[in-house]
Write a protein that binds this ligand. Structure first.
Ligand code: MG
Length: 383
């Protein structure tokens, strides 16, 4: 890519792949990463995994797949405007949720609870595990063999104990260093995408109203602006005109505030970025506050809404029961997963068995988990 900032990630200075491969003929290394992610099985499964609203509740809600696409396009805009590596940002964003369980955060919490004394479960760590170990595509290696920079971006957070087992990609959590700017901006693109699409989905689902959202200052500000321009506008068009302005403000502020921070820090190279005491990508103080108020509103009014809570409770129960059934009798799992559980147990005892069960469950789509649950617990269902 031409015209990259000196502190952007670039092919020539990549820290490479775990298994050395010849350079791609006409793609960049990060384009190759992106293409491998798009061709992966885990990526395709995202279409039937819940973001906030369960997929079968309605066809128009975001799923993990459409969420990941929204995140990637926001990240590409930011990367390009800052002369960062757009291809790397896109790859990180498309992969950032591939380790998610069925049923959104409820699923991850349930699985983590089941795995509490058996090594734990964390969806972000699982995303790295999917691209490093679980995808089965290539003759020469397990996983997708992505570049260091892409793997570094996928691993957003990590405990020191887990980091120690991860080799080079875990080092920054031990040394308290930063990831590259493309990884930093991916986190913000994720947040900008979900805060705004959850406003849209929340209204669509009837959990929140425009009147309630008016208590959020950033929403009220753009509501008044849109109404001044279009006094009669209502319904979906009003909502979308407000949401697009909120996204625009957040993206523009992020670009400007981050550029200013990079300049003030005197950062010249990607290593300067990694060694800087704090992340360099971020909102201005004022916009950070705007964004926080929106997040708090969504937490209280959408994520804690009783209808979402009911779904959460059901999801926890389904996943906990699946885990118990498979962990207590691995013979209930399809052969390929049972074999992995047996060899895991031979190597590492119970945590090895549990990991194979967690990998099987985490890989399920919402509807597959529901079907498996029925096959196990409903005697009238075919097995
Ligand atoms: Mg996400």
């Amino acid at each position: 890519m031409s015209n990259l900032a000196p502190y952007a990630a670039n092919d020539e200075e990549s820290r490479g792949r775990r298994y050395a491969e010849p350079k791609p003929a006409y793609r960049s290394e990060f384009q190759r990463d992106r293409d491998r992610i798009v061709h992966s099985t885990a990526f395709r499964r995202l279409v039937y995994k819940t973001q906030v609203f369960v997929n079968h509740e309605g066809d128009l809600y975001r799923t993990r797949l459409t969420h990941s696409l929204e995140v990637a396009q926001i990240a590409r805009t930011i990367a390009r405007a800052m002369r960062l590596n757009e291809e790397l940002s896109e790859a990180i964003c498309l992969a950032h949720d591939v380790g998610h369980t069925p049923f959104g955060h409820a699923g991850q919490d349930a699985l983590n609870e089941c795995m509490r004394d058996l090594g734990g479960f964390e969806h972000n760590l699982q995303s790295l595990r999917v691209v490093d170990e679980l995808e089965e595509h290539y003759a020469e290696f397990a996983g997708l063999n992505l570049s260091f920079e892409c793997r570094e971006g996928i691993l957003k957070h990590c405990s020191v104990a887990n980091a120690q087992a991860l080799g080079a990609v875990g080092e920054r959590f031990i040394k308290r260093q930063q990831p590259g700017l493309e990884a930093q901006l991916a986190n913000f693109a994720d947040e900008i995408a979900y805060n705004n699409h959850d406003v849209d989905d929340g209204i669509r689902a009837g959990l929140i109203t425009v009147e309630q959202l008016y208590s959020v200052p950033i929403f009220a500000h753009f509501h008044d602006q849109v109404r001044a321009l279009y006094p009669d506008l209502g319904g979906r068009r009003l909502v979308y005109e407000i949401v697009r302005r909120m996204i625009n403000l957040l993206v523009t502020d992020l670009i400007n505030a981050s550029k200013a921070r990079i300049q003030a820090a005197g950062v010249k190279t990607i290593d300067d970025v990694r060694l800087h005491a704090t992340p360099l990508i971020g909102f201005s103080e004022e916009t950070h506050a705007f964004n926080r108020q929106l997040k708090v509103f969504l937490r209280d009014r959408v994520y804690k809404h009783y209808k979402v809570q009911r779904m959460t409770a059901k999801a926890r129960r389904v996943l906990a029961e699946l885990f118990d059934a498979f962990f207590n009798d691995t013979g209930l799992m399809p052969d390929e997963h049972r074999t992995v559980a047996e060899s895991g147990e031979a190597r590492q005892g119970k945590p090895g068995r549990a990991r194979a069960v967690a990998d099987y469950i985490a890989g399920m789509t919402d509807r597959y988990a529901i079907l498996e649950h029925r096959r196990l617990f409903d005697p009238s269902e075919r097995t």
